[in-house]
Ligand binder design. Structure first.
Ligand code: NCD
Length: 296
């Protein structure tokens, strides 16, 4: 998240919108012959497929290792460095997801091709944060002077952590964190916000976010808990249903990086404020902008 300052962000967003509105035939002329390798050591649907869709739309090609944890040479004990060195002979850019924090960065140190972090454990998910903020701009017409509520698993959730970090580049933002007591926002995030002068508070009920412009709901990250019992203690706390929606502003939006489990009632999907499927589509345009910036 440290790599993106405000002007770079705004550039990426402008570029994403430009690419989104190009005819397919013109999109395809951007990166013909270039190759993206998606190497995912953790499950994914949206992130991997939207990276791949982005590359294909730009006229490039894709090599994909889906369950790299089971199907790649990692199972034989190959180091991430060796895997990366080999991949750079096959592809012009690598998008990597790994359960261990810092692995994509380690890979990037030994290769000359760009490595994009597609999620590293409970640490960061930068391209998700970019598409989240892009969605806010696209839906509300601004990224500044907003009240943004970040809800759910703020301890293990790399998506909400990354979004909070990115909000340092916005102005006049007010953040409210709403997390079950077992998975509160980390001190690394709150001190980064304090240092950047972003105003935030921690709340313990939906009442505190009734006036929010953006409600960013997230999944409790079951796979990061030591055992099922501690997971059970954290789930079902803050569920967005019709009653919660009735308490929100009419011009607000509800976002979620997806997948959702039980933290948003599907009954509200038809509410125009439920923007999470539009948000998922935006992932393609933002990733097109990133790939085009790196390779174009
Ligand atoms: C998120 C992730 O993988 O961190 N999903 C995604 O990329 N859209 C959120 C999650 O898994 O809860």
């Amino acid at each position: 998240m440290e790599q993106f300052d405000r002007s770079h962000l705004l550039d990426i967003f402008r570029h994403a919108t430009r690419l989104r509105h190009l005819p397919r035939s013109a999109q395809r002329k951007r990166l013909p012959g270039q190759i993206l390798a998606t190497v995912f050591y953790e499950p994914s649907t949206r992130t991997r497929l939207s990276f791949e869709s982005a590359m294909v739309r730009l006229g490039g090609a894709v090599l994909s290792v889906e369950n790299a944890n089971e199907s790649s040479s990692a199972t034989k004990g190959e180091s991430i460095e060796d895997t990366a060195r080999m991949l750079q002979g096959y592809a012009d850019v690598i998008a990597m997801r790994h359960p261990e924090p810092g692995m994509p960065e380690r890979a990037s140190r030994v290769v000359d091709v760009p490595v994009i972090n597609a999620g590293d454990g409970a640490r960061e998910h930068p391209t998700q944060a970019l598409l989240d903020l892009y969605t806010i701009q696209h839906e509300l017409g601004q990224i500044d002077d907003l009240h943004i509520a970040i809800v759910g698993d703020l301890k293990y959730g790399r998506a909400p952590r990354s979004l909070a970090m990115l909000l340092r580049e916005t102005r006049g933002t007010q953040v409210t964190f709403l997390a079950p007591p077992t998975v509160p926002v980390g001190a690394d995030i709150t001190s980064a916000l304090t240092e950047a002068g972003v105003s935030f508070r921690e709340a313990s009920s939906f009442d505190a976010i009734a006036g929010a412009d953006v409600i960013y709901q997230t999944r409790i990250q079951r796979e990061r808990f030591a055992d099922q019992a501690s997971y059970e203690k954290s789930r079902g706390y803050y569920v967005i249903d019709q009653t919660v929606m009735d308490g929100l502003k009419r011009e607000s939006i509800v976002l979620h990086p997806l997948p959702r489990v039980d933290e948003i009632d599907p009954a509200i999907d038809e509410d125009p404020r439920a923007a999470y499927f539009r948000q998922a589509e935006n992932g393609v345009y933002v990733r097109m902008a990133l790939l085009d910036e790196l390779l174009g």
